[in-house]
Write a protein that binds this ligand. Structure first.
Ligand code: OXD
Ligand code: MN
Length: 600
């Protein structure tokens, strides 16, 4: 056990309490050093939990394979435990906090026997920044410790900033797999599904997670703290904690625009965050790829920081075509989870640039292209330091954040929603964000696609009632007044009748961003349509792009009938919020209905 380098009484008392409950063999305070990181990974290789990749191919990088039952976030096992069930709202799973704590205390009792309990002081946001929040995660997973090293700022310097009485958010995690004396460990120990709980107690800013070692269930700074608990805090303190990338775009004249954009999982958020513009003279720099914390600054504008320090990205589909900057970010010092291992000791996944003839798949079995299984799990991940991204913005860690010029919402829609439209005003923008939806599957074309309503891409991450959350966005708009960012809605995924994509996407999306910037600058007019402002003929720069004019017309088509159906689907969804649905949303719904009636 390392010497404890804090005299923070509440923290020490909590660590003692958890130790007495979970009964680990030893307690280690993580110091955040390179040495500690390397030592933990060397141990993981020695015990068979990880494979060190070929250092000539991918220096200082490792591959972990999870248990097949522990591969993703578990929305059904994620709980918002508020005193009053109504406060969790219809989009969250609720259990009474007393009952949940008593169930989980029984699971935690002795759950770290035979293991080391790590105490990880971490900061979300630059250490000491007024926008940052401190958390302390207690875990019995070395995999969690090394991932937290990359995804957050960890260790002694956080304790120093915390001082002897600073506020911290306690985050308790156990994989739920105690070891009896002499019992051999498994490469990825975890508890059975029915014992897994990802529990949030927002009224006391407390997180308890049990049974899963994977991603958002276990790296508690990310979805649990930076979104669910932070969204609850943001609601009461008057700021925003959002599932958004942050991007800086610079036009050929040197004017900078800052964009915060929300898309549901698997809609290309990381790709847009690291966009390489195809239009001459434009430059894009990444500030964050998943989470934005935003406050109104002294100048009355909304300013955003990325609270994370790394990328926990979905690997399959990432390639030099879809995201060259992500490929370069993961060339070294990266942890891979559930990717395939090639014969020359590198990683591989479906959608990578080069084909693979033979590999060991994510379950540890031989794999060839003839296998009827995927080589990498569809939710295989890379964990890489943000500082390794070649297009990371030089001031991405500025504690003051960047002033946001525009919000973008979007989803995966094969029909109905055009490539781009702009909200008439901020309230209309809140309506666009609130009614966002995305297709959950791209299986058979135009049959069996299910549409999931996902307000602000936050459904799994709102730590309180979703109706109150929408009302909070309207209130932020009232406070921002004329300084509120412009709001846009995009759909990169529209298809023609045969299922062919109509828009090339990736770097070409810069053309759409250029139109937005010109709108923000007030340089160009737009066409008023029932859903919002859209580009006039010739305003969207398609120079050098081979796109057929009939495809372009289809991409931009606004048809009343499908939009009416979409509106009624949204209304049915909103009905579940009852009297917590803000009046302003009802006003926007009525206005949209009237505009469609007038157009039809
Ligand atoms: C993520 C997610 O892991 O949104 O970022 O699921
Ligand atoms: Mn995400």
């Amino acid at each position: 056990m390392k010497d404890t380098k804090t005299d923070h009484k509440r923290l020490l008392a909590w660590v003692d309490e958890v130790k007495s409950l979970c009964l680990p063999d030893r307690v280690v305070w993580t110091d955040g050093s390179k040495d500690e990181y390397n030592r933990l990974l060397a141990d993981a290789v020695r015990t068979g939990a990880a494979t060190r990749l070929n250092a000539r191919k991918r220096p200082n990088s490792y591959l972990f394979r999870s248990d097949p039952s522990d591969v993703a976030r578990l929305e059904n096992r994620t709980f918002i435990a508020t005193r009053n069930e109504k406060d969790a709202g219809p989009t969250n799973n609720w259990i009474d906090p007393g009952e949940l704590k008593s169930t989980m205390r029984q699971l935690y009792a002795g759950c770290m026997r035979g293991r080391t309990m790590y105490v990880i002081p971490f900061s979300m946001g630059p250490i000491g920044s007024p926008i940052a929040k401190t958390g302390v995660e207690i875990t019995d997973s070395p995999y969690v410790v090394v991932n937290m090293h990359i995804m957050t700022r960890v260790g002694q310097k956080v304790l120093e900033a915390l001082g002897s009485d600073g506020e911290f958010i306690p985050c308790l995690h156990s994989i739920g797999a105690p070891l009896s004396p002499g019992e051999p460990d498994r490469p990825w120990p975890c508890a059975p599904i029915e014992q897994k709980y990802i529990a949030h107690f927002p009224e006391e800013s407390l997180i308890w997670s049990y049974g899963s070692g994977y991603g958002g269930n276990a790296l508690l700074g990310k979805k649990c703290l930076a979104l669910r608990i932070a969204s609850h805090l943001a609601h009461s303190e008057g700021w925003l904690a959002e599932h958004m990338l942050i991007l800086r775009l610079t036009n050929p004249q040197g004017r900078r625009f800052h964009i915060a954009a929300a898309f549901p999982s698997a809609c290309g958020k990381t790709n847009l965050a690291m966009l390489v513009p195809t239009i001459p003279g434009w430059k894009a720099e990444c500030i964050g790829d998943d989470i934005a914390w935003m406050r109104i600054g002294p100048d009355g504008r909304i300013r955003a920081i990325n609270p994370e320090a790394g990328f926990f990205g979905v690997a399959p589909g990432t390639s030099n075509k879809s995201n060259p900057m992500a490929m370069r970010s993961i060339e070294r010092n990266t942890i891979f989870t559930n990717c395939a291992l090639t014969d020359d000791g590198d990683i591989w996944w479906e959608g990578m640039d080069q084909a693979c003839e033979h590999a060991i798949d994510w379950r540890g079995n031989d794999w060839t292209p003839d296998s009827d299984r995927l080589a990498a799990h569809a939710n295989a991940r890379f964990t890489a330091p943000a500082s390794q991204c070649p297009v990371i913005c030089p001031d991405w860690e500025d504690p003051a954040g960047v002033a946001i010029d525009m919000f973008i919402f979007g989803g995966r829609r094969s029909t109905t929603i055009p490539l781009v439209h702009q909200a008439f005003n901020f309230d209309h923008g809140v309506f666009l964000g609130a009614s966002a939806a995305s297709e959950t599957t791209a299986a058979a074309l135009d049959v069996g696609r299910t549409l999931r309503r996902d307000p602000f891409a936050m459904t799994p991450f709102i730590g309180y009632h979703a109706g109150d959350y929408i009302a909070h966005w309207f209130r932020m708009g009232e406070r921002l007044g004329a300084k509120a960012p412009a709001v846009f809605f995009v759909n990169w995924y529209r298809r023609d009748r045969s299922g062919r994509w109509l828009w090339p996407g990736f770097g070409e999306n810069s053309r759409v961003l250029k139109w937005m910037c010109e709108r923000v600058e007030g340089k160009i007019d737009a066409v008023r349509t029932p859903i919002g402002w859209m580009p006039r003929n010739g305003d969207l720069d398609v120079n050098g792009l081979t796109i057929r004019s009939d495809d372009f017309a289809e991409l931009m088509r606004v048809s009343v009938e499908p939009l009416r159906k979409d509106l009624s689907d949204a209304e049915q969804y909103f009905a579940q919020f009852g009297d917590r649905l803000p009046d302003k949303l009802r006003v926007e719904l009525d206005a949209m209905r009237q505009r469609l009636a007038a157009a039809g």
